[in-house]
Design a binder for this molecule. Structure first.
Ligand code: NAP
Ligand code: MG
Length: 485
């Protein structure tokens, strides 16, 4: 745990004060690089959620709600700067907590700061409209915050997902209650501490760590929440949506994907290669937008898959703090889950055409899965259909444009897609026909894209975070019509 940040151990952050959870208990935190205990976080309860929601309500109705938008923006700007001052510390904390290679963990801290920077600037630039209407009327719209927003985030990108969701909610004047994942809560608490130091009014940003079934479900079912933003598994997303339905509250759901990278024979393969080989390895494949299906036109299939397999075979998986190509997966359960897909591939006679190496002296208790490329996966096989959430790439052949669209759209998901071709017409036809919230042509991921609206179609969820569009999700439009003869 950080000395400089001086985070208190095992506390909840409510009303600007660190206090004990009502359970009086902590949850042990493991380092996935060696499987050992190294920290603990509070086991927050329904009672703590109650207290946090009441505190956020008071903030929304009080000092935070009344603060001019530009002053909210200034506080968020200060938070952006403070996060940037702590990038190394936050990066190390995240590397230990999530198992992310240091470079990736630091990049997450920088991205988190960037979300606060972007939304700081946006805070006083979101406004309503005036609408031409009947004679004798003036009509205007206001964009009002929902009030108290709940945020349930996963363990894969805690800092980035906190930044994009809490950042947009705070910018629009909502008061937030955050429940981070039990497997990766430390950096959320650290950013909460930095927000406290910056001087956010008490209750503007409360954090209750704990178990999903306990603190998470209490938050999503709380009648005092006006909106809930969730990123995680489809199963829990369904529970969140059902809980919100009880009080008819809006939700944003981001539920992962099985995103295709579609490579035509006329693509610039040298440019594509780093994106094809990295898109499924980043964060050990535990990325909702991982490019985990590689669709290649028949005539280029052997060449492309060989290039990718060779690149992946040169990679090394090892401890996060040794900053290699790939770190461990988050926990034992995820380790077993990913391995069960590799066993299924072997059982069904699918061929591993490339696999990374395990680093020398990697702790045997660490959760290491070497990035693996599987060739000629039938498009309807479970490896081509299900989100593995591990560093496994399924390669699939296609005949022509029509076939590529059919396969690309042939899963329950629709989060992102990559298209690689030199033919602009073909790229645009495909971009329009692919069901995905983000489509990348001759790139993938667009360098993170804080400014770019992001979210799912189909089973990947709904609602948009990131970019200016997120501000619409965290506000409700009020129309005021004045009759004045
Ligand atoms: P998850 O269970 O959906 O967890 C996401 C968040 O929801 C965590 O904060 C979790 O808390 C919380 N949660 C769990 N049960 C809850 C409940 N009943 N009510 C309210 N909140 C609840 O995901 P996971 O177990 O971490 O991962 C399982 C699978 O989900 C992965 O293998 C992957 O396929 C998918 N996933 C997708 C994304 C994505 O970005 N799309 C991210 C993570 C996982 P606790 O962690 O403390 O239980
Ligand atoms: Mg951990």
């Amino acid at each position: 745990m950080s000395d400089e940040l001086n985070l208190p151990v095992g506390k909840v952050l409510i009303d600007g004060v660190w206090s004990d959870p009502s359970s009086g208990e902590v949850i042990t935190v493991l380092n996935p690089s060696d499987g050992g205990d190294y920290a603990s976080i509070a086991r927050g309860t329904a009672e703590d959620i109650d207290t946090a929601v009441a505190s956020s309500r008071a903030a929304a109705d009080g000092a935070w709600g009344a603060m001019p938008a530009f002053e909210r923006g200034r506080l968020m700007h200060d938070l952006n700067r403070l996060i940037l001052e702590h990038v190394d510390e936050l990066g190390l904390m995240e590397a230990r907590d999530v198992g992310k290679p240091l470079r990736q963990a630091r990049a997450d801290a920088v991205a988190c700061a960037r979300y606060f920077e972007f939304y700081a600037g946006a805070a006083d630039k979101l406004h309503g409209e005036t609408i031409p209407y009947l004679d004798g009327y003036s009509v205007m719209t206001f964009r009002e915050p929902h009030g108290v927003t709940g945020h349930v985030i996963p363990w894969n990108y805690p800092m980035q997902i906190l930044g994009r969701s809490v950042g947009a909610a705070l910018a629009t004047g909502n008061a937030c209650v955050l429940k981070p994942a039990e497997d990766a809560g430390l950096t959320s608490l650290a950013i909460g501490e930095l927000a406290r130091q910056v001087g956010f009014p008490p209750g503007a940003f409360n954090i209750v760590p704990g178990y999903g079934e306990e603190a998470g479900s209490a938050l999503s079912a709380h009648p005092g929440i006006d909106h809930i933003s969730f990123t995680g598994s489809p199963e829990v997303g369904t529970l969140i949506q059902k809980a919100a339905a009880e009080f008819r509250r809006p939700v944003t759901l981001e539920l992962g994907g099985k995103s295709p990278q579609v490579v035509f024979a006329d693509a610039d393969l040298d440019k594509a290669l780093p994106f094809l080989s990295q898109g499924f390895v980043q964060n050990a494949g535990q990325t909702c937008s991982a490019g985990s299906r590689l669709l290649v036109e028949d005539s280029a299939y052997d060449q492309v898959t060989e290039m990718v397999a060779e690149k992946v075979s040169a990679m090394t998986v090892g401890p996060a703090e040794r900053d290699m190509d790939c770190g461990p997966v988050i926990n034992k359960q995820q380790f077993e889950r990913v391995n069960s897909y590799l066993e299924l591939a072997a059982r069904d006679g699918l061929t591993t055409i490339g696999q990374a190496k395990l680093a020398a002296n990697a702790p045997s208790e660490g959760y290491y899965v070497p990035p693996t490329v599987i060739g000629d996966v039938p498009a309807d096989h479970r490896l081509a259909q299900e989100e593995i959430f591990g560093p496994v790439l399924s390669c699939i052949r296609f005949r022509d444009e029509e076939d590529a669209v059919r396969i690309a759209n042939g899963t329950p998901f629709g989060l992102t897609a990559g298209i690689w071709t030199d033919d602009v017409g073909k790229a645009m036809r495909l971009a329009k026909r692919v069901k995905a919230g983000q489509v990348f042509i001759n790139n993938y991921g667009a360098g993170g894209g804080v400014e770019l609206p992001f979210g799912g179609m189909k089973g990947s969820g709904f609602g948009r975070e990131k970019g200016f569009e997120a501000l619409h999700g965290f506000t409700a439009t009020k129309t005021v019509a004045i009759k004045h003869d």
